[in-house]
Design a protein around this ligand. Structure first.
Ligand code: SF4
Length: 97
């Protein structure tokens, strides 16, 4: 896959329902092309063969994927991955000052 999918994703329209989903948002401008997300979480992320930047495989995921997505966001050295929990709050790794 070499085409960005939902890089502006983040709105979870199923909030408050039994089908709550976790939104996956990536900022390709921030991406440092490390490939860590695609290496550790290939079910959610791919890496462009053109520029090496992240390509999300989906706009959202089942609620059970939240821990894995949080881990991916925490692992990203560029803070390029934001996980949007069903509460609607975006979560991104906070870099130390
Ligand atoms: S871990 Fe972060 S910097 Fe590395 S490829 Fe994924 S989004 Fe880009």
């Amino acid at each position: 896959m070499d085409e960005a999918v939902g890089t502006d994703v983040g709105v979870d329209e199923s909030v408050g329902t039994d089908e709550a989903r976790v939104g996956i948002r990536v900022d390709r401008d921030r991406c440092a092309s490390t490939g860590l997300c695609a290496l550790f979480s290939p079910e959610f992320f791919d890496q462009s063969e053109t520029d090496g930047r992240v390509l999300p495989r989906a706009r959202d995921a089942a609620l059970g994927a939240l821990p894995a997505l949080r881990a991916a966001a925490a692992r990203c050295p560029a803070e390029a991955i934001t996980v949007v929990a069903p509460s609607g709050r975006g979560e991104r790794r906070q870099m130390p000052d």
